[in-house]
Design a protein around this ligand. Structure first.
Ligand SMILES: *[C@@H]1O[C@H](CO)[C@@H](O)[C@H](O)[C@H]1NC(C)=O
Ligand SMILES: *[C@@H]1O[C@H](CO)[C@@H](O)[C@H](O)[C@H]1NC(C)=O
Ligand SMILES: *[C@@H]1O[C@H](CO)[C@@H](O)[C@H](O)[C@H]1NC(C)=O
Ligand SMILES: *[C@@H]1O[C@H](CO)[C@@H](O)[C@H](O)[C@H]1NC(C)=O
Length: 760
């Protein structure tokens, strides 16, 4: 494979229009030939004096950096909320039973003014980006027609927030399909369609504007869940950092030029969305989805924010982080913390070891803890946003570039910094993978950090039975004891990715590494630092200091990447580092190789590399469809079974139960299954009901329960958790929107409405 050896040649701009060429030629006479584009913007104060850039259509606003094309968009991706397993915890029992909060795709487009250089940073409220979903999105964009041909493989980054409380079943590979009983086309399509719609909306909103960014410290929203592995990193390296997780949130603000209003914010902060526990069965976006909701709600009352403001909380080097900031405890009555190295309890297993969120004492499946961790991220981001006018750094340099290519991680050979040649391996998971984490244990009593024989031989037997690793693979994966040799298992189709997406995006001095894995804290730092150093050395961002963020898990789901030192410890994250101990240096090598493609003088792309398998058409599924719904004799769909009381004090829970039907009949995307309506005075003086909350709102919960499997009876409960601060006193009613499937005939929509009640 020629492109694995030696540097790629990076083509320079050849495709510029004739007019631009003349302009360039004239400018070259003066200074262009001797300096890269950005270095002409030598210092911040000089920056605004330069009006000679060929990329600028107008003189620069003296109050900001350069102008870019910016656009934001958001769309609903909520798949089946019942009867499908959730993605993230790999808990077979975690099957959906309702909806607390709709989940979304949020798209941010950044482009150069006057060229087609553009990228899309997409954030899904899902466990990760994915190859099947990404292929679907790229096909969906192509189907939108020629106006969208500017978006493709190279410049669309499909990231996930890593939420653990949304439906699964949309993955390209077999291993993450196992707990969901295979591939679920309905949920897959919901994500793909919503993602494409969010990009379309962002595209339609494209306009000129400015970008600036800042960082803030959020001290109390994350901790390290594998500190013993972190301690394996060199002391001199650890001494450079105050914490064993990154406590900084980065915020990129999108401000439109026309009236100076903000159209959105994109943030990065490293924390697992595992606040909501592995036995919750209501769909939510966990702490990231709720933080985004809180920011978008706040924007409605912010006169600096434009209508349609989009806020996103993207994931960063999440690998070893936990939102359960009170630490890991043995919930076995012993009152002890779990063992520092192995996360085991006095019984010798990790089954009773649970990390505690800030509100762990409230037995509500982590919902209250989630609200606190979301609030902490939102508050930090909002304070930063409010202070940005005086503290931010403008994104300068005009250049927008991206690259993407696939790399086969089976035996990728490359030199370490000291010249030693090493290689990566086919994907494999180690024993500690089965132990799970302190955020939720695995289903076998493997102990964490066990790089020798597991306590329970069952999983070794099953793993070995599925595919015994070759001696070469065992050797390559050292010191990982292999539990599941997923990279060498391709029957009935590939279990895990061996081919990964290597991608980075760049606007001005702001560089985004798009990671297919969950990088551990130190892995993320090394990767960012390496990119920053290489960008500085090569003058990529001129005289402006490069600023590097890492987002993911994106494009596919390649589990974790730790540092080689952490890998040697083989806790969950090390055991889930698929491609062996040199995976991180390999990712750094792969990113740095292609970095020149982010240069202002580059107009090319790296060779696309080998295509990963597309398993969408060959995936197995044991997820059964809806057979029928029927209403019990003497009732009808939407009839109220249990009315709310006639009055409530604010702060109490209002409940109503209806004769229901299966919500998988119609996902009601961009709509709702539930609503709170308030009685108000109409403009004509009459009384009208207006919807004040939908199932997108965290405090309005939709629950579905099958009451008779054979006859297809079910009940829906709508619960409104009223809030003294947020809900006004008044007269209200609840509404239920459903769709019923008869045994024969078409699905039919219906509604149910409760009696009115007062809230005071
Ligand atoms: C959910 O899991 C938590 C943590 O293990 C446990 O404390 C709680 O009792 C469980 N709740 C239910 C309803 O099963
Ligand atoms: C990455 O590895 C390749 C060999 O696969 C080597 O030619 C190249 O110099 C390395 N690049 C960097 C930036 O380390
Ligand atoms: C280079 O570094 C690696 C990783 O630290 C080490 O295993 C190897 O022995 C080093 N090689 C040399 C020649 O020092
Ligand atoms: C309301 O309904 C939910 C869902 O069925 C249930 O968990 C909760 O206990 C009910 N609350 C009240 C106050 O009736």
């Amino acid at each position: 494979m020629p492109f694995q050896h030696g540097p790629w040649t990076v083509p320079t701009q050849r495709g510029l229009a004739a007019v631009s060429l003349i302009v360039l030629a004239l400018l070259a006479l003066a200074q262009l030939q001797v300096a890269p584009v950005e270095s002409r913007f030598a210092a911040r104060s000089d920056n605004f004096k330069q009006a000679d850039s060929p990329f600028l259509s107008k003189a620069r606003d003296t109050a900001a950096g350069d102008k870019y094309l910016i656009g934001v968009g958001k769309a609903d991706i909520t798949g089946p909320v019942v009867e499908v397993n959730f993605a993230g915890y790999a808990n077979l029992d975690q099957v959906g039973s309702g909806l607390r909060q709709r989940i979304y795709a949020r798209s941010f487009i950044i482009g150069e003014v006057g060229t087609n250089n553009r990228f899309v940073y997409l954030i899904l409220d899902t466990q990760s980006g994915d190859t099947a979903v990404r292929n679907g999105i790229l096909e969906g964009l192509a189907a939108l027609g020629s106006g969208y041909s500017v978006y493709g493989r190279s410049n669309v980054a499909v990231t996930g927030t890593h939420s653990h409380s949304g439906p699964g079943g949309w993955f390209n590979y077999l291993l993450p399909q196992l707990t969901s009983l295979g591939f679920d086309r309905q949920g897959y399509q919901a994500i793909v369609d919503g993602a494409v719609l969010s990009i379309k909306r962002a595209h339609e909103s494209l306009q000129e504007g400015y970008l600036d960014f800042g960082t803030t410290r959020i001290s109390d929203a994350n901790i390290n869940r594998s500190p013993s592995a972190y301690l394996a990193n060199p002391e001199s390296e650890r001494a450079q950092y105050a914490d064993d997780v990154d406590k900084y949130l980065t915020l990129l603000r999108f401000k439109r030029a026309s009236d100076g209003k903000n159209i959105g914010v994109l943030t990065w902060f490293a924390v697992h969305p595992t606040s909501v526990q592995g036995n919750n069965t209501h769909v939510t976006g966990d702490n990231k989805g709720l933080a985004a909701y809180l920011f978008e709600q706040s924007a409605k009352a912010d006169d600096q924010a434009a209508d349609g403001f989009v806020a996103s909380f993207s994931q960063a080097n999440v690998g070893d982080t936990s939102p359960n900031v009170l630490g890991a405890w043995c919930e076995d009555g012993s009152g002890q913390m779990c063992d520092f190295h192995t996360s085991t309890c006095p019984d010798g297993t990790s089954q009773s070891c649970r990390s505690r969120g800030p509100m762990f004492h409230i037995a509500d499946l982590g919902i209250s803890s989630c609200a606190v961790i979301a609030q902490r991220q939102f508050s930090g981001a909002k304070e930063l946003y409010d202070s940005l006018d005086s503290t931010s750094t403008a994104v300068v340099g005009s250049t927008v570039r991206s690259f993407h290519y696939f790399n086969d991680m089976q035996y990728y050979t490359f030199p370490l910094d000291n010249g030693t040649i090493v290689r990566t391996c086919p994907a494999a998971l180690g024993h500690s993978f089965a132990a799970g984490t302190t955020d939720w244990p695995g289903f076998a009593d493997f102990t964490q950090g066990d790089s020798g024989a597991p306590n329970n031989p069952l999983w070794s037997v099953v793993g070995g039975f599925l595919r015994a690793p070759s001696p070469e693979q065992k050797d390559c994966q050292e010191p990982k004891p292999i539990l599941l040799d997923v990279g060498e298992m391709s029957l009935p189709y590939a279990w895990s990715p061996n081919i990964v997406d290597v991608q980075s995006l760049r606007v001005g001095q702001f560089i985004m590494i798009v990671s297919p894995t969950e990088a551990s804290t130190m892995a993320g730092r090394r990767w960012r630092n390496a990119v920053k150093a290489a960008a500085s050395e090569s003058g990529l961002t001129g005289d402006y200091e490069p600023f590097v963020v890492l987002g993911g898990p994106a494009n596919t789901y390649a589990h974790y990447v730790t540092t080689p030192e952490e890998y040697a410890v083989q806790r969950y994250e090390g055991a889930s580092t698929l491609y062996g101990q040199w995976e991180l240096p390999a990712y750094i090598n792969l990113t740095l190789r292609a970095l020149p493609f982010l240069s202002a003088t580059s107009s090319g792309s790296p060779p696309p590399g080998p295509s990963p398998p597309d398993n969408r058409e060959r995936s197995l599924s044991f997820i059964t469809g809806v057979v029928q719904d029927s209403a019990p004799l003497g009732t009808s769909f939407g009839a109220v079974r249990t009315q709310p009381a006639s009055s409530y004090a604010r702060g109490s829970v209002v409940n109503a139960t209806f004769v229901g039907a299966n919500p998988r009949n119609n996902l009601r995307l961009e709509g709702t299954f539930a609503a709170v309506e308030r009685l108000g005075s109409g403009e004509d003086g009459g009384s009208t009901w207006a919807q004040v909350l939908s199932d997108a709102d965290w405090r309005l919960v939709y629950s579905w329960e099958r009451t008779n499997f054979v006859l297809g009876h079910s009940e829906v409960t709508i619960s409104w958790e009223t809030d003294p601060q947020l809900d006004a006193a008044g007269t209200y009613r609840l509404r239920y929107y459903g769709d019923a499937k008869p045994l024969i005939g078409n699905i039919r929509a219906f509604t149910g409405t409760t009696d009115s009640f007062t809230l005071s």
